[in-house]
Structure formats: structure tokens, C-alpha cells
Design a protein around this ligand. Structure first.
Ligand code: AHG
Ligand code: MN
Ligand code: MN
Length: 349
């Protein structure tokens, strides 16, 4: 039997490219992989071990927490708190930055995560995941301000998808790679090297129930695709929506397409639906590293300077041709309404 490249080997080979590397990042990534395996084990057992259903609490964003949201958050903290690679953590499920306790060693990295993405799928045995982002810290005692770095500054972005197979997808700035968990040996094995999102596609992913509240550019794009052979692209499109960003984005990394949670009138006051620091930024990094585009419609997501930890923003990502078309609609709309537009789509033509 041929042994594929384990994640641990991939990380060490990457580390060797940097003679000055201390190995701290490699060890941190191993801790994250262990955290994901532990969450995967809990997810797989489901109702057998009483992890389904609601908790009795809301998170800081007023959303009902599921038991697994809390379990996954705790597992991520427990697996990362003691090794000395992190200065502080932050998560969807915690209002404030979580500093490494004084009695533990501190490292130079900041870890931000969405412990369980797609929570509404938990009780219906649907796909869910964990999303994470790693940045550098130059302070021993970082505050929220130190976390507010543009997405381009991420050292690593990734997610773990708990689907029919458990997969970890990461980028440390040298392409996007996917590793599949071999449950017999407990290792993530490199199965998808240097993923490239096809430039064209005939699939899009969006919550249609919000249609009446969308802005004109998104409505124009979807109406055009709905027109099928009579539309701009002269072909039939199909729509897929799982309701877990990790899964909807994973499909795009595997076979192309467009995923959007755009701005709409129902969420305008909040700034959007998805969270910049632990959803949009890591996913945008992975998508760009795989040759796709990630935008709000008006600006490149990875260039945004976050204003707060739990900031929300509109997200439109995927295949170059699809997202470039959407940017064209936004550019025209911005010109009509004197709105700021900085994501120059001609870059992608
Ligand atoms: P989370 O479970 O971490 O709160 O994230 C859910 C997100 C995202 O994964 C998904 O794309 C979106 O919420 C679905 O929102 P709607 O229920 O509004 O469609
Ligand atoms: Mn989420
Ligand atoms: Mn979540």
C-alpha cells in the first residue's frame, strides 16, 4: 500500500523552506489538526453521545448556541492553550479576546476561529465544519486591536469539513491543499494538492429566500443566470445551497461556481451576515490561493481593515468569470449611485 503525504510531513517540508523557522508554527498546526480530529470524533457519534440540540445559552451576537458550538469551542481552546505557540485566541462563541493564562507559556501567534460553522445542520446530520485563521502578534499581551489585521496578513487560513469524509483544507500562502482524514490511522493525508478553482462554472450558491431584499447588482446577476440559454452565458445554470459556508465553499474549491451571502436590506444595519475575521477572511485567503476571487461586491475582502472582532460583511466568492461578472454589475451600480468601488474587475479579465 502506498502511503500518501501526511499533514505533519507537509508542514515540516514547508518549515524547511525557512531556515530561520523555530518550528512553532508547525507545532501549532499539529495542535489545530488534533483539535479538528477531536471535534470530528464528537460530530461522528452524534446523538449517541448527546451532542445534538440546543444549549441553554445565546452567544455574544444574540444567536442561540447549539451544544456542539460550545463543545467545539472548548475542544479548540483545550488543544491550543498549553503548548506555548499562541499569545491569544478569539472565537465566534466568545465576546472578548481569550488571552493565554498567566501560568502558561505564550507564543507569537493569534488564533481566530469559528468552532462550528453551519450550526443549523447539526441536528439534521448535515455537513458542518470548523474555520480558522492564524496571524502574527508582536505583543505578549495582545488586545482586540492586535487582532484587527487585514486578511492579506494571515499566516495561515483553513477549515476542517466534517462531511462524509473529514477533510482539512489549508493555505500558508503557497497554494491551497486538502488533506483527508484516514480514520484507520488517525492522520490527515494529502489528497488534493494545489487546488485550482475552474475559471468558469454553471453553478451558484445563494439563499434565495432573501431575493426580495438584495441589491440590484446581485439580483441582475441571478436573473441573468436564471435565464439559462437565453442569458449572457448561453447555458443552463443550477443552484446549490447547503447553508454551511464550509461545505458551500468546499464544493466551489472542488468544481468551481459562485457562493454569495451578499448585503441585503434585512441585514444592512449589521453590515452583512458572515463574519469577517473567522469566516470571510480565512475563506477568501483559500479561494484566492486557489485562483478564485473574493469580494464584497465593491472591495477585495482581504484588503479590508477590520473595525471589530465580530464585524460582519457581504461575501461573494468563487470562479473568476462568475465573480468578475458580478463585479461588473456592482461597478455600474456604484457609478450610478456615487458609491465607492475599489475592486477593479479588469484585473481578472
Ligand atoms: P454559524 O453556524 O457559524 O453561525 O454560521 C452559519 C453561516 C454560514 O455557514 C451560512 O452560509 C450562513 O450562516 C447561513 O445563513 P442563513 O441561515 O441566513 O441562510
Ligand atoms: Mn459560521
Ligand atoms: Mn459557528
Amino acid at each position: 500500500m502506498q502511503l500518501g503525504t501526511p499533514l505533519s510531513q507537509y508542514l515540516i517540508e514547508e518549515q524547511r523552506l525557512y531556515p530561520e523557522a523555530t518550528g512553532s508554527f508547525t507545532l501549532l498546526m499539529n495542535d489545530i489538526a488534533l483539535a479538528c480530529k477531536t471535534i470530528s470524533a464528537a460530530v461522528r457519534k452524534g446523538a449517541l453521545v448527546d451532542v445534538l440540540g440546543n444549549a441553554e445559552t445565546d452567544n455574544c451576537q444574540g444567536e442561540q448556541q447549539k451544544k456542539l458550538d460550545i463543545i467545539a469551542n472548548d475542544l479548540f481552546i483545550k488543544n491550543n492553550i498549553w503548548r506555548g505557540h499562541i499569545a491569544a485566541m478569539a472565537s465566534e462563541e466568545m465576546e472578548e479576546v481569550f488571552p493565554i493564562p498567566e501560568d502558561k507559556p505564550r507564543g507569537k501567534y493569534l488564533l481566530v476561529f469559528d468552532p462550528l460553522d453551519g450550526s443549523s445542520n447539526i441536528d439534521v446530520d448535515g455537513p458542518i465544519g470548523t474555520i480558522f485563521s492564524i496571524m502574527r502578534s508582536d505583543k505578549e499581551h495582545p488586545t482586540e486591536e492586535d487582532f484587527l489585521q487585514e486578511g492579506v496578513k494571515q499566516v495561515c487560513a483553513g477549515y476542517c469539513l466534517y462531511g462524509p469524509a473529514t477533510m482539512i483544507v489549508i493555505s500558508i500562502g503557497h497554494g491551497t491543499h486538502a488533506f483527508t482524514l484516514d480514520p484507520d490511522i488517525g492522520e490527515f493525508i494529502l489528497t488534493h494538492k494545489d487546488i485550482q478553482i475552474p475559471a468558469t462554472s454553471a453553478e451558484y450558491s445563494i439563499n434565495h429566500a432573501n431575493r426580495v431584499k438584495w441589491e440590484k447588482p446581485m439580483l441582475e446577476y441571478v436573473q441573468d443566470r436564471e435565464a439559462g440559454v437565453d442569458g449572457k452565458k448561453g447555458k443552463r445554470y443550477t443552484m446549490r445551497w447547503v447553508g454551511a459556508m464550509v461545505m458551500d465553499v468546499h464544493r466551489i474549491l472542488m468544481r468551481g461556481g459562485m457562493f454569495a451571502y451578499p448585503i441585503d436590506e434585512g441585514i444592512r444595519a449589521k453590515g452583512g451576515r458572515l463574519r469577517l475575521m473567522y469566516e470571510a477572511n480565512p475563506i477568501s485567503f483559500l479561494v484566492e490561493q486557489a485562483g478564485g476571487i473574493a469580494t464584497t461586491g465593491y472591495e477585495r475582502i482581504l484588503d479590508i481593515k477590520p473595525s471589530k472582532l465580530h464585524q460582519r460583511i457581504p461575501v461573494i466568492i468563487g470562479s473568476k468569470e462568475e465573480v468578475t461578472d458580478i463585479l461588473d454589475y456592482h461597478k455600474a451600480f456604484a457609478a450610478e449611485h456615487d458609491l465607492k468601488f475599489t475592486h477593479e474587475c479588469k484585473l481578472y479579465k
